[in-house]
Design a protein around this ligand. Structure first.
Ligand code: C2E
Ligand code: MG
Ligand code: MG
Ligand code: MG
Length: 287
């Protein structure tokens, strides 16, 4: 009996595994198709604000996939597959090019784009990025590439590529800082312009003294090294006043704005531009 149960169990298990493998293969071929036709892929843009004055300074491009069968997919649903299949290269190119085209008419804001390990390890990728910037007429100093410590530490070649980007004038951001094997010494050793403190710290701020101490230490060190500090995941008024008091230069989070569709992003920029014309200064937080 036990043996028979075991065998049945095994069959169920392999059937489930088969199905998962088939699902992944299907999703991969659908993603490949979407990248060829451009159908269904889109970018939401989440604004970043200065903590002082709350001027809008940048947008982070966050990819989404409106899937014909499965509905709206988030990056967590398909980035693994993109990375494993190599599709992260055309996907990353698509995000970069689309983001540059969308924001090219708005010289007052920067564009932040997330970068995966597969992109950084690809030969010729630096040159390719520079080519996309040239073709879209996007100013290099307005582009920010977001990489995680994970990516940098797993990839010896990454550091050299980041240096190449940086010497071309592109900004490098260390994303999700504080997760993984964070070390303050990275700030000094790596060629980076900006650190984004992971939202887990920001969300602990109100209760945890440690989170406060960590953010304060990072902003202090950042200031002395010329590395600017952003707080991500600001969801409450209290978190906003903490990150401001602790010395973070910029912030991002649902309290300030959720990621916006491309159309809403343009509307917001046009609205802000009209305010500048009318009053000479944009009104903070107003939209
Ligand atoms: P990330 O770069 O750390 O991006 C921030 C994520 O936090 C986004 O999730 C954003 O929607 C979410 N977020 C922003 N503010 C808040 C907040 O106040 N509270 C909470 N709970 N969440 C907030 P999303 O869009 O699901 O992206 C997840 C991750 O996927 C990103 O994390 C990034 O690592 C990756 N990703 C997104 N787009 C791309 C892309 O085009 N290329 C690559 N390689 N990775 C991407
Ligand atoms: Mg990011
Ligand atoms: Mg992040
Ligand atoms: Mg994060």
């Amino acid at each position: 009996q036990a043996k028979r149960d075991g065998r049945a169990c095994f069959r169920i298990f392999t059937a489930a595994l088969d199905r998962r493998i088939r699902d992944r293969r299907l999703l991969e071929s659908e993603l490949r198709h979407a990248l060829v036709t451009g159908d269904g892929l889109k970018i939401d843009y989440q604004p970043l604000f200065e903590t002082r004055g709350e001027r809008l300074v940048a947008f982070e491009a966050l990819v989404r996939w409106e899937h014909p069968r499965l509905g709206l997919l988030q990056p967590a649903d398909f980035l693994d597959i993109a990375e494993e299949s190599g599709l992260i290269i055309p996907l990353g190119d698509w995000v970069l090019e689309r983001g540059c085209r969308t924001l090219s008419g708005w010289p007052e804001v920067s564009l932040a784009v997330n970068v995966s390990p597969g992109q950084l390890s690809k030969d010729g990728w630096v040159e390719h990025v520079l080519e996309i910037l040239q073709n879209t007429g996007f100013d290099l100093s307005r582009l920010q590439l977001e990489v995680t410590e994970h990516t940098i530490l797993d990839l010896p070649v990454a550091v050299e590529k980041l240096r190449q980007f940086r010497s071309a004038g592109i900004k490098i951001v260390l994303d999700d800082f504080g997760t993984g094997y964070s070390s303050l010494s990275h700030l000094q050793k790596l060629a980076i312009d900006k650190v984004k403190i992971d939202r887990s710290f920001v969300q602990d701020l109100v209760n945890e003294r440690e989170s406060k101490a960590i953010i304060r230490a990072v902003t202090r060190l950042g200031r002395s090294l010329g590395v600017s500090v952003t707080a991500e995941g600001v969801e409450t008024e209290q978190q906003r006043s903490f990150v401001r008091a602790l010395g973070c230069e910029e912030m991002q989070g649902f309290l300030l704005s959720k990621p916006l569709s491309e159309a809403d992003t343009i509307d917001l920029l046009e609205h802000l531009a009209r305010q500048v014309v009318r009053t000479g200064t944009p009104e903070p937080g107003d939209k």
